[in-house]
Design a protein around this ligand. Structure first.
Ligand SMILES: [Fe+2]
Ligand SMILES: [Fe+2]
Length: 131
């Protein structure tokens, strides 16, 4: 498994936890489809879905932070932008037919996701849940 859901990922906001689970599913499927070299068409669809869902999830979190006047909104949004760039580059390279993507890109995606969820999303959740 590329990323395995852990209890420590739970933020306490059920909607966002569901989003994170879905993102993990999409990341895992993309990872396996790339390393197994499955059909390019299916991979494209999956990556489009991953990009759309990432955007949808980030917009949902950002709307919540804005509504609650979260003071670290800007920093949090910058992390989202960095991840979006990482995913775009991941998708671009995978689309270019690179079955053997550099390991760094997988590491980036995994590390970013895990770090962001357990630190920034957790902090955001603590701050907005009780306001
Ligand atoms: Fe976030
Ligand atoms: Fe998140």
């Amino acid at each position: 498994m590329f990323i395995q859901w852990k209890e420590s990922f739970a933020t306490g906001i059920a909607e966002f936890d569901d989003h994170h689970r879905k993102l993990i599913d999409l990341l895992n499927s993309s990872y396996f489809m790339i390393i197994e070299g499955n059909s390019q068409e299916e991979l494209q669809q999956l990556l489009d879905g991953l990009l759309d869902y990432t955007r949808y999830h980030f917009e949902a979190e950002e709307a919540m932070m804005r509504a609650k006047d979260y003071r670290k909104l800007d920093e949090h949004m910058i992390e989202h932008i960095n991840f979006t760039h990482g995913i775009l580059s991941f998708a671009r390279q995978a689309r270019a037919g690179q079955q053997f993507l550099p390991i760094e890109i997988f590491d980036f995606v995994r590390n970013w996701f895990v770090m962001h969820v357990v630190t920034s999303d957790a902090e955001m959740s603590r701050a907005v849940r009780f306001r």
